[in-house]
Design a protein around this ligand. Structure first.
Ligand SMILES: Cc1cc2nc3c(=O)[nH]c(=O)nc-3n(C[C@H](O)[C@H](O)[C@H](O)COP(=O)(O)OP(=O)(O)OC[C@H]3O[C@@H](n4cnc5c(N)ncnc54)[C@H](O)[C@@H]3O)c2cc1C
Length: 308
């Protein structure tokens, strides 16, 4: 949620947040500590939420007067150097749960994709191997319908539980979701709490084979050791964005400590103490050059927060 130009009183918000029992509340928290790019200024408030009650109380205190941002593992976001004027919420505690129910896995949104895949493997359940090597949480993954090798997380969803900003819980089945290439929309806006994911029985050997193959591919073609947030731009319909970027010679192009990866041109690396602005300037440069040459408007896959 990003509400601009709100009138609020920081003292009131601060007092209200401080009154929430056992809430971990940090003021002026550097977002560079919570993102894979390792950049971004401070959040006014950073809350680590352990249960639904705390989440509802934060909404009570803030909604709709104050900006709220739900952060997963920060592997798909770029916060500006000015940080975030509002409350950044990280889910944890009781919400961080995983249960096997036959061929279904019930998972809390803060659980990492890698933990789900490992649990599925242990239980000989196949379906999410395609995501082996995609960092981040289930919540972040559903929010952007992450995917690769022709598969997407939202295809696995049976139901998803969402808490709206008034604290009301909604259960949506997969046919109520509007999802596609790197997006997933719910009938209402809110925070993803958990989902039931559908798997198919398989053998450990088969599942491991696919996981290994996928990781090998990632190691070969992606700068997985670098500070990145994955693919920067979406592929325009029927086209490869990598080919477009290569055609304008952006491979290795740097602005201060940020550069288009020499390994995979659609990744921007923070290779030397980059600022968020350096990464953002590269994004804008590519958009401008691609538009001038091909009249194509590139859309970012990464979420840009706090840029005009
Ligand atoms: C090396 C690397 C490789 C990658 N490869 C891929 C790939 O192959 N395919 C792919 O699709 N992505 C890829 N990514 C991008 C990223 O890992 C995924 O999009 C991931 O699922 C994001 O999860 P996160 O928890 O880090 O989300 P965050 O970056 O924290 O958040 C992303 C968005 O999700 C929202 N969000 C997070 N949690 C919730 C919640 N509980 N409720 C509502 N909204 C929420 C946030 O508000 C934000 O808008 C890659 C990233 C890296 C660094």
């Amino acid at each position: 949620m990003n509400i601009k130009n709100l009138q609020y009183n920081n003292t009131d918000i601060s007092e209200n947040l401080k009154s929430i029992k056992n809430l971990i509340l940090i003021t002026d928290e550097p977002l560079s500590k919570h993102t894979s790019y390792k950049v971004g200024g401070n959040a006014d408030y950073f809350c680590i939420v352990k249960n639904l009650e705390q989440l509802r109380k934060i909404f009570d205190a803030c909604y709709p007067k104050y900006n709220i941002f739900i952060l997963g593992d920060g592997t798909n976001v770029l916060f500006s150097d000015e940080g975030y004027r509002g409350v950044v919420i990280k889910l944890s505690g009781e919400l961080n749960k995983l249960k096997i129910l036959g061929n279904l896995i019930k998972v809390g949104s803060p659980v990492s994709l890698s933990s789900i895949i490992k649990k599925a493997l242990e239980n000989k359940l196949s379906g999410l191997e395609f995501a082996w090597g995609i960092p981040g949480t289930l919540g972040g993954s559903i929010s952007g319908n992450s995917g690769t090798f022709g598969s997407e997380i939202c295809d696995l969803i049976k139901n998803v539980k969402v808490c709206d900003y008034n604290g009301k819980i909604h259960n949506f089945s997969s046919n109520q979701l509007d999802y596609g290439y790197r997006y997933c929309k719910f009938p209402i806006n809110g925070v993803i709490l958990e989902a039931d994911l559908k798997f198919k029985p398989s053998s450990r050997k088969e599942i491991e084979k696919t996981m290994k193959k996928n990781m090998k591919w990632r190691r070969k073609y992606q700068p997985i050791e670098s500070k990145t947030a994955g693919s920067v731009f979406k592929n325009p319909e029927g086209m490869s964005v990598a080919k477009l970027l290569e055609s304008i010679n952006l491979k290795g192009k740097a602005i201060n400590g940020a550069r288009f990866s020499p390994k995979h041109i659609n990744f921007i690396e923070n290779f030397n103490n980059a600022k968020a602005k350096d990464i953002y300037d590269l994004v804008e440069l590519a958009k401008e050059l691609i538009y001038n040459k091909f009249k194509i408007i590139l859309e970012t896959e990464i979420k840009l927060i706090g840029f005009n």
